[in-house]
Design a protein around this ligand. Sequence first.
Ligand code: TRP
Length: 321
Amino acid sequence: MRILTGVKPTGNGMHLGNYLGMYKPFMEVAKWKEAFLFLPDFHSLTSVHDPEIMNRNKKRLAAELFALMPEDITVTIFEQSKMTHINDMTWILSSVTPYSLMLRAHSFKDSQTKNSDINMAVFNYPILMTADIIGYDVDIVPVGKDQKQHLEFSRDIAQNFNKTYGVDFFKLPEPYIEKTVELIPGTDGRKMSKSYDNFIGIFDDEKILKKKIMSIETGSESLEEAKNPDICNVFNLIHFFASSQKEQEIRAKYLAGNYGYGHAKLELLDILLKYFTPAREKYDIFMSNYDVIQEKLNEGNKKANALLTEKYLKMKELVGL
Ligand code: TRP
């Protein structure tokens, strides 16, 4: 059993929503399966055209992924752009991908409504993503709900290839959509997401972290009044990160009154700092000595590249090249 997912370097870094909705569940599964996590940096080219920003975003995300990785788990982390044949495979796959299928992609339709002219990488995005998955014989792909259609495309394209050449060559990947993501509130109470700009970054400066937490929207009851923890965005986050004993304690304080939202926020800050301090410390070390990370990535690249190359060479033969 092999699982794989890609985390696009965007520059904002990992936030609490990514962590609970994607990273943590992925690491749980990684205990039992062969797991791959990669940086789809070719995909980032759809929107990032500044080499310095590209590089900075990638470094930051790689250091974050390694800093958060539990010690007892081995996940292969690699860089998409270091795969020798990923685009060759994408090209062959594009020759069995109907144009009409591509026209149905939400991702491309959404960016088309935002921009008057999109680049071809945005249009071809799902074919590269297909190669990312089926090129390594992946069984399960944990993704957010927004990627569900891309996974369907991967299955369709894999099937098209198998049918066209009369072979059972590519495995059809199964998506795994984690439900928790929907439940993690951002600072405005909506689902925590980069696109809403309501996220709380795990590796942000303590000052920024505090500012973000203090900006979480809450009710407007007076300090004295009793408060309902179950409808409070602050308490909702406390629930995910505090020990159950701590959670019960804070719940009691909400219900008793004389406990303000400001108190709860400071408590949340404290809980988050405790929870993430080991990872934050590791992150600082990695960022000041990035060679360590690059070496780990090189190892991952070697392993992933060997798998993809083997698959690609067979594929090339199958098509008669
Ligand atoms: N499209 C994904 C996103 O925007 C990133 C991605 C690229 C990916 N290739 C992938 C995710 C392969 C899972 C598997 O989040």
